[in-house]
Ligand binder design. Structure first.
Ligand SMILES: [Zn+2]
Length: 250
């Protein structure tokens, strides 16, 4: 039976029975792994003395990689190695961290390695734990996640005609920006302001905006097939829907 020992971050955990728990880990070398932790909830096993909580970072050991598709691995050991207590000091930080865990759990496949994304996730959680303004870390992570799963939209040219100027709208279905010439031929578009586009193109490092977060969240929601549950906790639902201020629409 194959054994995986790896660094991991807890993306989800929920009760499976009175004594057991299912935990979704994001591991450094194997990607997302779902494991059954027997006896965890009673805390009878020394190996789980510290418990397993959402957003914990530690060393995990699981057995049996669920050879059958959708099969659960068995959690045999867990040891927390890093404590980001700052995440629980404010609701904004906690919601930001829960958001990155939620979207990562939804957009990655089991046993599909994303070592670069693992490092970005740990770095983003560490940043969130000390941040007063979570949007900056969140936009960086949204971009990293989309790039890692091969779904980062095209922001630097028109997906209709390859033009690189007057990029005024975004289309989720077409996977990128649309220029002012092509926009009338696309039905599902959102207006994008130049300052938002600069952030999306990574030309405005260190700048956070609700517009950039909302647009990337809109694309993530499309890929997930539903709105991330934590998104409305991070910016006002009205801003989440439009992404941009009123008056910018064509
Ligand atoms: Zn065009």
């Amino acid at each position: 039976m194959s054994i995986l020992q790896d660094s991991a971050i807890v993306l989800r955990e929920y009760a499976y029975s009175e004594t057991s728990q299912i935990i979704v880990f994001f591991t450094m070398t194997a990607g997302k792994v779902r494991a059954l932790g027997k006896g965890i909830r009673r805390g009878t096993k020394k190996r789980f003395a510290s418990g397993v909580d959402l957003l914990d970072i530690g060393k995990v050991t699981v057995q049996g990689r669920g050879e059958r598709s959708g099969g659960l691995a068995t959690l045999t050991e867990w040891k927390q190695t890093r404590c980001l207590s700052g995440l629980r000091e404010s609701l904004h930080r906690l919601h930001g961290a829960q958001y990155v865990a939620e979207v990562t759990a939804h957009l990655t496949e089991e046993w599909d390695p994303h070592p670069g994304l693992y490092q970005q996730l740990e770095a983003s959680l560490a940043l969130l734990a000390e941040s007063e303004e979570p949007l900056l870390a969140l936009v960086v992570y949204q971009r990293a996640l989309l790039r890692s799963v091969g779904s980062l939209p095209v922001f630097d040219q028109c997906v209709g005609c390859d033009r690189t100027t007057e990029l005024t709208h975004f289309s989720t279905l077409d996977g990128g920006m649309i220029c002012s010439n092509c926009a009338p031929r696309h039905r599902e578009t959102k207006p994008v302001r130049p300052e938002t586009l600069a952030i999306l193109c990574d030309r405005a490092k260190g700048t956070a905006s609700e517009g950039a977060f909302a647009l990337l969240n809109h694309h993530i929601a499309h890929l997930m097939g539903k709105m991330p549950a934590l998104a409305p906790q991070l910016i006002a639902p009205a801003r989440l829907a439009t992404g941009e201020q009123r008056g910018q629409e064509s």
